[in-house]
Ligand binder design. Structure first.
Ligand code: ATP
Length: 349
Protein backbone atom coordinates (compact mmCIF):
# COMPACT_ATOMS: atom_id res chain seq x y z
CA UNK A 1 0.00 0.00 0.00
CA UNK A 2 2.84 2.35 0.87
CA UNK A 3 4.43 1.69 -2.50
CA UNK A 4 1.19 2.65 -4.18
CA UNK A 5 0.69 5.78 -2.15
CA UNK A 6 3.37 7.88 -3.90
CA UNK A 7 2.12 7.45 -7.46
CA UNK A 8 -1.49 7.76 -6.41
CA UNK A 9 -0.76 10.93 -4.53
CA UNK A 10 1.10 12.33 -7.52
CA UNK A 11 -1.74 11.36 -9.77
CA UNK A 12 -4.17 13.11 -7.47
CA UNK A 13 -2.02 16.24 -7.37
CA UNK A 14 -1.72 16.56 -11.13
CA UNK A 15 -5.40 15.85 -11.53
CA UNK A 16 -6.20 18.56 -9.03
CA UNK A 17 -3.96 21.09 -10.73
CA UNK A 18 -5.63 20.39 -14.06
CA UNK A 19 -8.99 20.54 -12.46
CA UNK A 20 -8.44 23.88 -10.83
CA UNK A 21 -9.22 25.48 -14.14
CA UNK A 22 -11.43 22.94 -15.59
CA UNK A 23 -13.50 20.80 -13.45
CA UNK A 24 -15.70 18.62 -15.52
CA UNK A 25 -14.23 18.15 -18.89
CA UNK A 26 -12.86 14.68 -18.69
CA UNK A 27 -15.12 13.56 -21.48
CA UNK A 28 -14.72 16.54 -23.73
CA UNK A 29 -11.00 16.85 -23.45
CA UNK A 30 -10.13 13.31 -22.60
CA UNK A 31 -7.32 14.51 -20.43
CA UNK A 32 -6.70 11.05 -19.16
CA UNK A 33 -6.08 9.54 -22.55
CA UNK A 34 -2.92 11.47 -23.01
CA UNK A 35 -1.80 13.60 -20.09
CA UNK A 36 0.49 15.86 -22.09
CA UNK A 37 1.93 18.64 -20.00
CA UNK A 38 1.84 21.90 -21.89
CA UNK A 39 4.12 24.42 -20.23
CA UNK A 40 4.00 28.20 -20.27
CA UNK A 41 6.94 29.73 -22.15
CA UNK A 42 9.35 31.44 -19.71
CA UNK A 43 8.38 34.85 -21.07
CA UNK A 44 4.66 34.10 -21.45
CA UNK A 45 2.44 37.14 -20.96
CA UNK A 46 -1.20 37.20 -19.96
CA UNK A 47 -3.56 37.34 -22.90
CA UNK A 48 -5.15 40.69 -23.63
CA UNK A 49 -8.71 40.30 -24.78
CA UNK A 50 -10.33 42.68 -27.20
CA UNK A 51 -13.58 41.25 -28.46
CA UNK A 52 -12.50 37.63 -28.66
CA UNK A 53 -11.71 36.93 -32.31
CA UNK A 54 -10.56 33.33 -32.81
CA UNK A 55 -8.39 32.37 -35.78
CA UNK A 56 -7.05 28.96 -36.78
CA UNK A 57 -4.27 29.38 -39.35
CA UNK A 58 -3.32 26.22 -41.26
CA UNK A 59 -3.52 24.18 -38.08
CA UNK A 60 -2.33 20.58 -38.30
CA UNK A 61 -2.18 18.18 -35.42
CA UNK A 62 -1.37 14.51 -34.76
CA UNK A 63 -1.87 12.66 -31.52
CA UNK A 64 0.70 10.17 -32.80
CA UNK A 65 3.39 10.82 -35.42
CA UNK A 66 2.53 9.78 -38.98
CA UNK A 67 -1.16 9.87 -38.27
CA UNK A 68 -2.52 13.38 -38.84
CA UNK A 69 -5.79 14.06 -37.05
CA UNK A 70 -6.12 17.63 -38.30
CA UNK A 71 -4.77 18.74 -41.66
CA UNK A 72 -4.21 22.41 -42.30
CA UNK A 73 -7.46 23.65 -40.82
CA UNK A 74 -8.12 27.38 -41.21
CA UNK A 75 -11.10 29.41 -40.07
CA UNK A 76 -11.96 32.67 -38.36
CA UNK A 77 -14.67 33.44 -35.82
CA UNK A 78 -15.26 37.19 -35.58
CA UNK A 79 -15.89 38.53 -32.06
CA UNK A 80 -19.27 37.48 -30.71
CA UNK A 81 -20.11 35.18 -33.63
CA UNK A 82 -21.04 31.52 -33.55
CA UNK A 83 -19.23 28.78 -35.47
CA UNK A 84 -20.61 25.24 -35.45
CA UNK A 85 -18.65 22.07 -36.08
CA UNK A 86 -20.48 19.07 -37.48
CA UNK A 87 -19.43 15.86 -39.14
CA UNK A 88 -18.88 12.17 -38.64
CA UNK A 89 -17.54 10.69 -35.43
CA UNK A 90 -13.76 10.79 -35.24
CA UNK A 91 -13.49 13.61 -37.80
CA UNK A 92 -11.61 15.95 -35.45
CA UNK A 93 -14.25 18.26 -33.90
CA UNK A 94 -13.24 17.71 -30.26
CA UNK A 95 -9.59 17.98 -31.25
CA UNK A 96 -10.25 21.53 -32.46
CA UNK A 97 -11.76 22.44 -29.08
CA UNK A 98 -8.90 20.80 -27.19
CA UNK A 99 -6.35 22.77 -29.22
CA UNK A 100 -8.15 26.04 -28.56
CA UNK A 101 -8.04 25.30 -24.84
CA UNK A 102 -4.38 24.44 -25.37
CA UNK A 103 -4.37 20.94 -24.08
CA UNK A 104 -2.03 20.36 -27.00
CA UNK A 105 -0.06 22.59 -29.33
CA UNK A 106 -0.53 22.31 -33.09
CA UNK A 107 2.20 20.44 -34.94
CA UNK A 108 1.92 23.12 -37.64
CA UNK A 109 0.16 26.42 -37.97
CA UNK A 110 -1.07 28.65 -35.18
CA UNK A 111 -4.14 29.57 -33.18
CA UNK A 112 -4.72 33.22 -32.47
CA UNK A 113 -7.09 35.00 -30.11
CA UNK A 114 -7.33 38.72 -30.75
CA UNK A 115 -4.07 38.56 -32.68
CA UNK A 116 -2.11 36.70 -29.98
CA UNK A 117 -0.75 33.22 -30.60
CA UNK A 118 -2.15 31.17 -27.71
CA UNK A 119 1.14 29.30 -27.49
CA UNK A 120 2.86 32.40 -26.14
CA UNK A 121 0.41 33.52 -23.48
CA UNK A 122 -0.06 32.14 -19.99
CA UNK A 123 -2.39 29.19 -19.83
CA UNK A 124 -4.19 30.60 -16.82
CA UNK A 125 -5.08 33.79 -18.70
CA UNK A 126 -6.18 31.78 -21.73
CA UNK A 127 -8.38 29.48 -19.71
CA UNK A 128 -9.98 32.28 -17.78
CA UNK A 129 -11.29 33.61 -21.09
CA UNK A 130 -12.91 30.39 -22.13
CA UNK A 131 -16.09 28.91 -20.71
CA UNK A 132 -17.13 25.38 -21.45
CA UNK A 133 -20.42 23.60 -21.42
CA UNK A 134 -19.45 19.96 -21.83
CA UNK A 135 -21.55 17.18 -23.20
CA UNK A 136 -21.80 15.39 -19.97
CA UNK A 137 -21.44 17.36 -16.77
CA UNK A 138 -20.06 15.56 -13.77
CA UNK A 139 -21.16 17.19 -10.54
CA UNK A 140 -19.29 17.11 -7.28
CA UNK A 141 -20.88 15.35 -4.41
CA UNK A 142 -21.52 18.74 -2.88
CA UNK A 143 -24.26 21.34 -2.60
CA UNK A 144 -25.92 22.98 -5.58
CA UNK A 145 -24.42 26.34 -4.71
CA UNK A 146 -20.95 24.86 -4.48
CA UNK A 147 -21.41 23.21 -7.85
CA UNK A 148 -22.49 26.46 -9.49
CA UNK A 149 -19.92 28.67 -7.81
CA UNK A 150 -16.96 26.36 -8.01
CA UNK A 151 -13.91 27.99 -9.53
CA UNK A 152 -15.48 31.42 -9.92
CA UNK A 153 -16.78 32.93 -6.77
CA UNK A 154 -14.30 31.69 -4.22
CA UNK A 155 -11.56 31.40 -6.84
CA UNK A 156 -9.13 32.98 -4.43
CA UNK A 157 -10.47 30.99 -1.57
CA UNK A 158 -8.09 28.63 0.17
CA UNK A 159 -10.08 25.65 -0.91
CA UNK A 160 -10.16 26.57 -4.58
CA UNK A 161 -6.40 26.71 -4.45
CA UNK A 162 -6.18 23.36 -2.72
CA UNK A 163 -8.32 21.78 -5.39
CA UNK A 164 -11.11 21.22 -2.96
CA UNK A 165 -14.05 19.35 -4.27
CA UNK A 166 -11.98 16.92 -6.17
CA UNK A 167 -11.76 14.68 -3.22
CA UNK A 168 -15.39 13.90 -3.52
CA UNK A 169 -16.83 11.14 -5.53
CA UNK A 170 -18.60 12.47 -8.55
CA UNK A 171 -21.77 11.10 -9.93
CA UNK A 172 -20.10 10.40 -13.19
CA UNK A 173 -18.27 7.19 -13.82
CA UNK A 174 -15.70 9.06 -15.84
CA UNK A 175 -13.01 8.93 -14.70
CA UNK A 176 -13.73 6.29 -12.07
CA UNK A 177 -10.15 6.27 -10.83
CA UNK A 178 -10.48 9.59 -9.08
CA UNK A 179 -13.25 8.46 -6.83
CA UNK A 180 -11.15 5.52 -5.79
CA UNK A 181 -8.05 7.53 -5.15
CA UNK A 182 -9.39 10.37 -3.06
CA UNK A 183 -12.45 9.52 -1.12
CA UNK A 184 -11.76 11.53 1.97
CA UNK A 185 -12.79 15.10 2.52
CA UNK A 186 -9.72 17.12 3.37
CA UNK A 187 -9.61 19.66 6.10
CA UNK A 188 -8.95 22.65 3.86
CA UNK A 189 -12.22 22.34 2.02
CA UNK A 190 -14.90 24.86 1.66
CA UNK A 191 -17.70 24.95 4.18
CA UNK A 192 -21.09 25.48 2.71
CA UNK A 193 -21.57 28.41 5.05
CA UNK A 194 -18.53 30.06 3.46
CA UNK A 195 -20.29 30.31 0.20
CA UNK A 196 -23.33 32.54 0.23
CA UNK A 197 -26.03 32.03 -2.33
CA UNK A 198 -25.62 35.62 -3.30
CA UNK A 199 -27.41 37.44 -6.01
CA UNK A 200 -24.83 36.52 -8.64
CA UNK A 201 -25.30 32.81 -8.12
CA UNK A 202 -29.04 33.14 -8.19
CA UNK A 203 -28.98 35.36 -11.27
CA UNK A 204 -26.81 32.78 -13.06
CA UNK A 205 -29.17 30.00 -12.01
CA UNK A 206 -32.15 32.00 -13.24
CA UNK A 207 -30.52 32.64 -16.60
CA UNK A 208 -29.75 28.93 -16.89
CA UNK A 209 -33.37 28.16 -15.96
CA UNK A 210 -32.41 26.03 -12.99
CA UNK A 211 -33.42 28.42 -10.16
CA UNK A 212 -37.07 27.33 -10.11
CA UNK A 213 -36.05 23.69 -10.01
CA UNK A 214 -33.54 24.32 -7.21
CA UNK A 215 -36.14 26.01 -5.05
CA UNK A 216 -38.15 22.80 -5.18
CA UNK A 217 -35.23 20.71 -3.85
CA UNK A 218 -35.42 19.81 -0.14
CA UNK A 219 -32.79 22.34 0.97
CA UNK A 220 -32.74 24.66 -2.03
CA UNK A 221 -29.20 25.68 -2.93
CA UNK A 222 -27.88 23.83 0.10
CA UNK A 223 -29.14 20.51 -1.26
CA UNK A 224 -26.33 18.08 -1.73
CA UNK A 225 -26.18 16.35 -5.08
CA UNK A 226 -24.54 13.12 -6.12
CA UNK A 227 -24.22 9.74 -4.58
CA UNK A 228 -24.78 11.01 -1.08
CA UNK A 229 -27.65 13.28 -2.04
CA UNK A 230 -30.05 14.14 -4.74
CA UNK A 231 -29.60 12.62 -8.16
CA UNK A 232 -30.11 15.07 -10.96
CA UNK A 233 -31.22 14.42 -14.52
CA UNK A 234 -28.89 14.98 -17.47
CA UNK A 235 -30.78 18.15 -18.39
CA UNK A 236 -30.53 19.55 -14.86
CA UNK A 237 -26.83 18.83 -14.70
CA UNK A 238 -26.30 20.58 -17.99
CA UNK A 239 -28.15 23.62 -16.65
CA UNK A 240 -25.80 23.67 -13.67
CA UNK A 241 -22.91 23.73 -16.14
CA UNK A 242 -24.58 26.61 -17.98
CA UNK A 243 -25.11 28.51 -14.71
CA UNK A 244 -21.44 27.97 -13.84
CA UNK A 245 -20.45 29.37 -17.22
CA UNK A 246 -22.75 32.38 -16.91
CA UNK A 247 -21.12 33.12 -13.56
CA UNK A 248 -17.69 32.88 -15.13
CA UNK A 249 -18.82 35.30 -17.85
CA UNK A 250 -16.16 34.39 -20.42
CA UNK A 251 -15.85 36.15 -23.79
CA UNK A 252 -15.30 32.81 -25.52
CA UNK A 253 -17.55 29.81 -25.18
CA UNK A 254 -17.01 26.18 -26.14
CA UNK A 255 -20.09 24.02 -26.32
CA UNK A 256 -20.32 20.32 -26.84
CA UNK A 257 -23.91 19.45 -27.47
CA UNK A 258 -25.17 16.38 -25.65
CA UNK A 259 -25.69 13.36 -27.86
CA UNK A 260 -27.81 11.63 -25.28
CA UNK A 261 -31.50 12.04 -25.79
CA UNK A 262 -33.35 14.54 -23.66
CA UNK A 263 -37.07 14.95 -24.08
CA UNK A 264 -38.01 17.51 -26.70
CA UNK A 265 -39.30 20.04 -24.19
CA UNK A 266 -36.15 19.91 -22.04
CA UNK A 267 -33.99 19.98 -25.11
CA UNK A 268 -35.66 23.14 -26.34
CA UNK A 269 -35.38 24.82 -22.95
CA UNK A 270 -31.71 23.97 -22.67
CA UNK A 271 -31.20 25.22 -26.18
CA UNK A 272 -32.82 28.51 -25.17
CA UNK A 273 -30.48 28.90 -22.19
CA UNK A 274 -27.49 28.03 -24.35
CA UNK A 275 -28.56 30.54 -26.99
CA UNK A 276 -28.96 33.23 -24.36
CA UNK A 277 -25.57 32.38 -22.85
CA UNK A 278 -23.77 32.45 -26.18
CA UNK A 279 -25.19 35.82 -27.20
CA UNK A 280 -22.37 38.30 -27.58
CA UNK A 281 -19.70 35.68 -26.90
CA UNK A 282 -17.48 34.12 -29.52
CA UNK A 283 -18.86 30.60 -29.64
CA UNK A 284 -17.44 27.38 -30.98
CA UNK A 285 -19.95 24.60 -30.80
CA UNK A 286 -19.91 20.91 -31.63
CA UNK A 287 -23.39 20.05 -32.83
CA UNK A 288 -25.04 16.69 -33.25
CA UNK A 289 -28.57 17.87 -33.90
CA UNK A 290 -28.39 20.13 -36.89
CA UNK A 291 -31.61 21.89 -35.91
CA UNK A 292 -29.70 23.60 -33.08
CA UNK A 293 -27.29 25.38 -35.42
CA UNK A 294 -29.43 26.70 -38.26
CA UNK A 295 -28.74 30.18 -36.89
CA UNK A 296 -24.96 29.71 -36.60
CA UNK A 297 -22.97 32.37 -38.43
CA UNK A 298 -20.91 29.65 -40.04
CA UNK A 299 -20.92 25.88 -40.09
CA UNK A 300 -17.86 23.71 -40.78
CA UNK A 301 -18.26 20.10 -41.79
CA UNK A 302 -15.19 18.35 -40.38
CA UNK A 303 -14.33 15.05 -41.95
CA UNK A 304 -11.09 13.06 -41.67
CA UNK A 305 -9.32 16.04 -40.10
CA UNK A 306 -10.25 18.49 -42.84
CA UNK A 307 -12.88 21.09 -43.55
CA UNK A 308 -15.02 19.33 -46.11
CA UNK A 309 -17.68 22.06 -46.38
CA UNK A 310 -18.12 25.53 -45.01
CA UNK A 311 -21.00 28.04 -45.04
CA UNK A 312 -24.29 29.03 -43.48
CA UNK A 313 -27.15 26.56 -43.11
CA UNK A 314 -28.84 27.93 -46.23
CA UNK A 315 -25.64 27.86 -48.28
CA UNK A 316 -24.84 24.31 -47.26
CA UNK A 317 -28.40 23.14 -47.95
CA UNK A 318 -28.22 24.70 -51.39
CA UNK A 319 -24.85 23.11 -52.09
CA UNK A 320 -26.53 19.72 -51.67
CA UNK A 321 -23.40 18.06 -50.25
CA UNK A 322 -22.52 16.29 -46.99
CA UNK A 323 -24.35 18.75 -44.74
CA UNK A 324 -27.52 18.58 -46.82
CA UNK A 325 -27.54 14.81 -46.73
CA UNK A 326 -26.87 14.81 -42.95
CA UNK A 327 -29.87 17.13 -42.61
CA UNK A 328 -32.11 14.92 -44.72
CA UNK A 329 -30.94 11.87 -42.79
CA UNK A 330 -31.84 13.50 -39.46
CA UNK A 331 -35.17 14.52 -40.89
CA UNK A 332 -35.91 10.95 -41.88
CA UNK A 333 -34.97 9.79 -38.39
CA UNK A 334 -37.29 12.41 -36.95
CA UNK A 335 -34.41 14.07 -35.10
CA UNK A 336 -34.79 17.46 -36.70
CA UNK A 337 -37.68 19.43 -35.27
CA UNK A 338 -39.53 21.18 -38.03
CA UNK A 339 -41.10 24.60 -38.30
CA UNK A 340 -39.64 27.01 -35.76
CA UNK A 341 -36.12 25.70 -36.13
CA UNK A 342 -35.58 26.72 -39.69
CA UNK A 343 -36.91 23.88 -41.78
CA UNK A 344 -39.21 25.09 -44.48
CA UNK A 345 -42.50 23.38 -45.07
CA UNK A 346 -41.10 22.03 -48.28
CA UNK A 347 -38.15 20.42 -46.56
CA UNK A 348 -40.26 19.00 -43.78
CA UNK A 349 -42.86 17.47 -46.01
P1 ATP B 1 -16.90 12.50 -32.00
O1 ATP B 1 -18.00 13.17 -32.76
O2 ATP B 1 -17.04 11.01 -31.99
O3 ATP B 1 -16.65 13.07 -30.65
P2 ATP B 1 -14.70 14.03 -33.13
O4 ATP B 1 -15.01 14.56 -34.49
O5 ATP B 1 -14.82 14.95 -31.99
O6 ATP B 1 -15.55 12.71 -32.87
P3 ATP B 1 -11.98 13.66 -32.22
O7 ATP B 1 -12.33 13.23 -30.85
O8 ATP B 1 -11.45 15.03 -32.40
O9 ATP B 1 -13.22 13.45 -33.22
O10 ATP B 1 -10.94 12.60 -32.80
C1 ATP B 1 -10.28 12.76 -34.05
C2 ATP B 1 -9.36 11.57 -34.26
O11 ATP B 1 -8.34 11.61 -33.28
C3 ATP B 1 -10.07 10.23 -34.09
O12 ATP B 1 -9.54 9.35 -35.06
C4 ATP B 1 -9.68 9.78 -32.70
O13 ATP B 1 -9.62 8.39 -32.62
C5 ATP B 1 -8.29 10.38 -32.56
N1 ATP B 1 -7.98 10.69 -31.15
C6 ATP B 1 -8.71 11.44 -30.31
N2 ATP B 1 -8.11 11.55 -29.11
C7 ATP B 1 -6.96 10.86 -29.21
C8 ATP B 1 -5.89 10.59 -28.31
N3 ATP B 1 -5.87 11.11 -27.08
N4 ATP B 1 -4.86 9.82 -28.75
C9 ATP B 1 -4.86 9.31 -30.00
N5 ATP B 1 -5.84 9.53 -30.91
C10 ATP B 1 -6.88 10.29 -30.52
Amino acid sequence: ILQLYGPLDQFGASYRSLQKNFIDLERLLDVFKEPVEIQDKPDAEPMVINGGEVVFENVSFSYKPQNPNLKSVSFKIPPGKKLALVGPSGGGKSTILRLLFRFYDPTQGRIMIDGQDIKYVTQSSLRRLIGIVPQDTALFNETIKHNIAYGHIGQDHKSAESGCGLNYKTESTSPPKIADVTESKDAGCLDDEDLEVDSRIQAAAEAAQIHEIVTRFPNGYATRVGERGLLMSGGEKQRIAIARTILKNPPILLLDEATSALDTHTEREIQNSIDATSKGRTTLMIAHRLSTIVDADEILVIQRGEIAEQGSHEELMQAGGIYASMWMQQLREGRTPTGSNGVSEKESS
